[in-house]
Design a protein around this ligand. Structure first.
Ligand code: NAD
Ligand code: IMJ
Length: 274
């Protein structure tokens, strides 16, 4: 018996086996949920199809979240696949142009700002509108955010601004959808090496720093995020809505993370590795 037996779940944002959305897919699948996946399209198909097959998921639909007609098509198909009722929708989608993540925030163009907000924030609203219509017995909507919404992170730039808007959207959606018994929450993991982290200048150092500066002394995994998503979808989360919940080894509580310096000094005392 799984805690999500008989529940229907639609997940946006699986790109490959390292995706946070894939960690969530596995956790909810293992808990007994029936899963549908939607991915951005193009070259990702050959990565996502084998993953879906490995869990016997036969709903895998391409959808660019900038395209309202494509979103409508996915939800129409999901309605048929799930027999008219959806219980959980996961939004794990973000995009800003590489140029905007490499340069300075102060140089962000109007177009770049719009793209980041449209793909990473408005998409949650667009998907929530369609999900609401299918969540006839209440439900849970989850999105993914990052601490760069609150504090300045090098290179996160316009994505930090978009995540602040995403967290505010989570609260406003939670307010509106509460009457339908639909809960809306944002999970905020510490850094994880996914496709969205690939090629970010200095990402390896960011991972090392986060590990050393966190009270728990370790980085989070997509399995950790999956487990957290599961309890938020289960009855354990039934009175939680509108929140941004951190899963970061405690990194975000630190004001002066001296542990990172101490760990660095200890490393420097060690004999160099061959
Ligand atoms: P990922 O690259 O695996 O996932 C991002 C997904 O967004 C991809 O599947 C991509 O195809 C999709 N996407 C981008 N543009 C799209 C569009 N127009 N239409 C449809 N899909 C589109 O990386 P991830 O790290 O798993 O990211 C998932 C979420 O987690 C993102 O919201 C990200 O901001 C957030 N997050 C990531 C980290 C991290 O360190 N990796 C930390 C905190 C939060
Ligand atoms: C991304 C950029 C800069 C610093 C970063 C990140 N840190 C972390 C991330 C410290 C943890 C990953 N993250 C939380 C994201 O939300 C990433 C979003 C993203 C990544 C890319 C890379 C490829 C591209 N566009 C992107 N758009 C959004 O072209």
């Amino acid at each position: 018996m799984g805690v999500l037996d008989g529940k229907n779940v639609l997940i946006f944002g699986v790109a490959n086996k390292n995706s946070i959305a894939w960690g969530i897919t596995q956790a909810l699948h293992d808990a007994g949920a029936k899963i549908g996946l939607s991915y951005a399209g193009g070259v990702l198909k050959k990565r996502v199809m084998p993953l879906a097959e490995s869990l016997n998921i036969d709903f895998v639909e391409e959808c660019d979240v900038l395209d309202d007609a494509a979103i409508d098509r996915v939800f129409e198909k999901a309605k048929a696949y799930f027999g008219g009722r959806l219980d959980v929708m996961v939004h794990a989608v973000a995009f800003a142009t590489r140029e905007d993540l490499e340069g300075k925030f102060s140089n962000t163009s109007r177009a770049g700002f719009g793209t980041a907000m449209n793909v990473s924030v408005y998409s949650l609203v667009a998907l929530a509108q369609r999900a609401r219509a299918l969540m006839t017995e209440g439900g849970t909507i989850l999105t993914l955010t990052y601490y760069g919404s609150e504090k300045v992170m090098p290179h996160y730039n316009v994505m930090g601004v978009a995540k602040a808007a995403l967290e505010a959207s989570t609260r406003y959606l939670a307010y509106d959808l509460g009457a339908h018994n639909i809960r809306v929450n944002a999970i905020s993991p510490g850094p994880i090496k996914t496709l969205s982290a690939a090629g970010i200048p200095g990402f390896r150092d960011m991972l090392r720093f986060s590990e050393m500066a966190s009270p728990l002394g370790a980085n989070v995994t997509i399995e950790d995020v999956g487990a957290m998503a599961l309890w938020l979808c289960s009855d354990a989360g039934k009175m939680i809505t509108g929140q941004t919940l951190y899963i970061d080894g405690g990194y975000s509580i630190m004001g002066l993370p001296l542990g990172a310096l101490e760990a660095l000094e200890k490393k420097q005392d060690e004999p160099p590795k061959e």
